[in-house]
Design a protein around this ligand. Structure first.
Ligand SMILES: [Zn+2]
Length: 95
């Protein structure tokens, strides 16, 4: 049975769970893309680069780039959501 896009995305998020610590923000490049290095779960010496453009499009340099999802992109997505939530929490005035 063919894997649907939803299955692929769900699987990527499952694999990203517990691995978001492997996603490291590197820089925002000249084009305004946020650049992250994400470690490989198979090879500790291999890291892939995930970039997120201003329109929130995710790209990854791993071999799954042609697939709808990979855990590297999912880990960066979770990481960004956590960072946003933290920033919003800190910006809130103390009760
Ligand atoms: Zn990837």
């Amino acid at each position: 049975m063919a894997q649907t896009v939803e299955d692929a995305v769900r699987g990527a998020f499952l694999r990203a769970r517990e691995r978001t610590a492997l996603a490291h923000f590197l820089t925002t490049n000249a084009g305004g893309y946020d650049v992250y290095a994400v470690g490989s779960s198979a090879d500790p010496d291999t890291a892939y680069t995930v970039t997120v453009d201003r329109a929130e499009h995710y790209r990854c340099t791993c071999p799954s780039e042609t697939r709808p999802a990979c855990w590297h992109r999912a880990a960066v997505y979770v990481r960004r959501a956590n960072d946003r939530a933290r920033a919003e929490h800190l910006a809130r005035p103390a009760a």
